[in-house]
Design a protein around this ligand. Structure first.
Ligand SMILES: [Zn+2]
Length: 212
């Protein structure tokens, strides 16, 4: 990858996928993690993707995509729930830093998704601000149920898709970038057991295909 050229959304996605495949295979290259890279990017950063994922400790972004310093602009909240600070951070990554790709990263056995399902089943909502997290996952669970999706994997996929669409619905900056073909939003479903990430949502990924 060139040091100065910004990758297309598709190129950025392929970079991430390749890194995840190395991680899954147990043959990571640990790119961009040495002193030379540290010195190179100290003056300015040029990450190729915004990674917005769940805070789960098993979802460490640079590890599971086999990347290093200056590669990913990472935003994480429990259950990848969205608020003003999340939207502002993502807009910063896309608008100011020029990231061509925004990734929504969810995973199986997500505590936030499980808590939202439990809250709907037994009417019990958690105390404190954990409740705020659960309440922001609930619309996704309701949408999944309305569509007849009850399996945990299906509910999770719906929450990831719902989150991707919510970002585009709430952020005009992001929506404009996607409409112009300068950015894409993808949703990935991560499997804790084998470390693989599966595409479950794609918004604008191949909107701008070179014609030559
Ligand atoms: Zn989670």
């Amino acid at each position: 990858m060139s040091e100065t050229k910004t990758p297309t959304p598709r190129e950025a996605f392929e970079l991430l996928l390749a890194g995840n495949q190395r991680f899954v295979a147990g043959s990571p290259e640990h790119p961009n993690q040495d002193a030379a890279r540290r010195a190179e990017i100290a003056p300015s950063q040029r990450p190729f993707a915004v990674l917005f994922g769940c805070s789960d400790s098993r979802l460490a972004a640079e590890i599971i995509f086999d990347r290093g310093l200056g590669d990913l602009f990472v935003v994480r909240t429990a259950g990848h729930v969205v608020g003003a600070e999340v939207l502002g951070s993502i807009e910063f990554g896309v608008e100011v830093l020029g990231c061509p790709l925004v990734v929504v990263l969810g995973h199986d056995s997500c505590g936030a998704v499980g808590a939202a399902c439990s809250a709907l089943e037994n009417g019990m909502t958690p105390a404190g601000y954990i409740r705020d997290v659960v309440e922001r996952v609930t619309p996704s669970v309701l949408a999944a149920r309305a569509a007849g999706q009850v399996e945990p994997q299906e509910v999770l996929a719906e929450h990831i898709r719902h989150t991707a669409d919510l970002l585009l619905d709430r952020s005009r900056v992001l929506a404009d970038k996607v409409a112009a073909g300068q950015a894409a939003v993808v949703g990935l479903r991560y499997r804790l057991a084998d470390g693989s990430a599966q595409l479950v949502a794609s918004r604008g990924l191949d909107a701008q295909v070179p014609t030559s």
